[in-house]
Design a protein around this ligand. Structure first.
Ligand SMILES: [Zn+2]
Length: 418
């Protein structure tokens, strides 16, 4: 059984080991060592990546050296090219073994040195510990369970069995960050059966055998197989950036450590840009946007009123009793177009409003009691690539054509003054 260095010392990034087995596998070679610091994917935490280097290589760290140049072929090197550093592409736990997927083979029995990508691992440790602090606090304070946890490339998601209000989330976030500031020790232990029975700990499933309990005093006690930082102070800021309903509960999006800092900087830049655009201090931007909205709404109302007054003047220009009246407009809403057509029909037997332009096509409203508008609409649509309809006396629709074509059609019907 492989010795798992990450359980004794989560901070060991390099280690010496011996190859137990190495077999071709999908995407590379499945390598099993007698001991490893590579954490296999599990418990919501992604696997470690890194390199494995033959110990007889004439280099300390081979991660950034061209592999083929480094390898001095020795007498016992197999003909399959099993020399030089191997990249670790994936690490999974299978049947109790830690299986490293490498891009080149190693001879069984040979000595190797493993180096894990420490930046990646430390990020996972900070995020995993941060997640425990936040989840432990939420479960204790709001009497719910943590039902899911995923550490992604850009953020962590944590699922809880019940919905949480914005105030509750804010309160939990503050408590979690206070726990970080307290800088308490995070302990991972295997309690004996009796101690375990008396312990109240979080667990997503029924567990048997030796159970590893990770404790953050005052915040959490949880069965966990992941790697953690030594003290809460190392976690850095814990920031809940989103929440959504999820399977009857809530899914929180959380940024921890470096990612929370980067997000904070990005948001600060954004607020600085808004503040410069609005010429207000950064902490007054919401207020300024509200004022901007108010003045925009007032302008919109004023614009609407002016537009109606203009349309009214057009209506006034129509002679009473004129046989037909056709108007072409550019930017009327559907309601405005109907209103205009409605006003025109008071003066004419055939009122038509076409709104649009030659590129986008035209929306139309036609009101007439003098003709069968439904039949007229069908003919109009057929002739000018249109759609729509309605019931007497009003039809509405759209035409995918040019103004000139519409005018030719109407002139043909004697509905447009020559
Ligand atoms: Zn955990």
């Amino acid at each position: 059984m492989t010795e798992r260095i990450y359980y004794e010392d989560a901070y060991q990034a390099a280690f010496d080991a011996r190859v137990e087995r190495c077999e071709p596998a999908e995407g590379g070679y499945a390598l099993i060592l007698d001991r490893t610091a590579f954490y296999p994917e599990g418990g919501g935490q992604p696997c470690d990546l890194g390199v494995i280097i033959p110990s007889d290589m004439p280099c300390g760290s081979a991660a950034d050296m061209p592999a083929d140049e480094l390898c001095e072929p020795a007498a016992d090197v197999p003909a399959d090219g099993s020399c030089g550093p191997a990249r670790v592409l994936d690490v999974q736990e299978k049947d109790g073994e830690v299986v490293h997927l490498t891009d080149r083979p190693f001879a069984p029995g040979s000595a190797v040195r493993g180096e894990i990508d420490w930046v990646r691992r430390l990020t996972h440790m900070r995020e995993h510990s941060g997640e425990h602090i936040l989840s432990g606090i939420i479960c204790r304070t709001f009497d719910c369970s943590n039902v899911g946890f995923h550490m992604g490339k850009d953020f962590v998601t944590v699922d809880f069995s019940r919905r949480l209000t914005e105030e509750e989330i804010r309160r939990a976030q503050r408590m979690a960050n206070e726990k970080v500031l307290e800088d308490v020790e995070i302990r991972a232990e295997y309690p004996d059966a009796q101690t375990l029975r008396s312990l109240e700990y979080r667990s997503k499933k029924e567990l048997t055998g030796d159970i590893r309990i990770v404790t953050v005093p005052g915040a959490d006690c949880c069965a966990c197989c992941g790697t953690h930082v030594r003290r809460t102070g190392e976690v850095g800021p814990i920031c809940v950036t989103g929440s959504e309903h999820f399977r009857g509960g809530v899914r929180l999006t959380v940024l921890i450590g470096e990612k929370a800092l980067a997000d904070g900087e990005k948001k600060a830049d954004n607020i600085a840009a808004i503040s410069a655009l609005l010429s207000v201090k950064p902490d007054r931007t919401a207020e300024a946007v509200e004022k901007l909205q108010e003045s925009m709404n007032a302008l919109r109302l004023e614009y609407g009123a002016l537009k109606m007054r203009l349309l009214e003047q057009k209506v006034e220009a129509v002679r009473d009793g004129q046989a037909a009246c056709v108007l072409f407009e550019r930017d009327l809403t559907a309601a405005e177009a109907r209103k205009l057509a409605d006003r025109l029909r008071e003066k004419t037997g055939f009122a038509a409003v076409f709104c649009g332009d030659d590129q986008k096509g035209y929306q139309y409203v036609i009101i007439s009691e003098a003709i069968d508008v439904s039949a007229f609409g069908r003919e109009l649509n057929r002739a000018l690539n249109g759609r729509g309809g309605g019931r007497s006396p009003m039809i509405q629709g759209s035409l995918c054509t040019k103004r000139e074509e519409i005018e030719i059609f109407l002139r043909g019907k004697g509905l447009l003054e020559l």
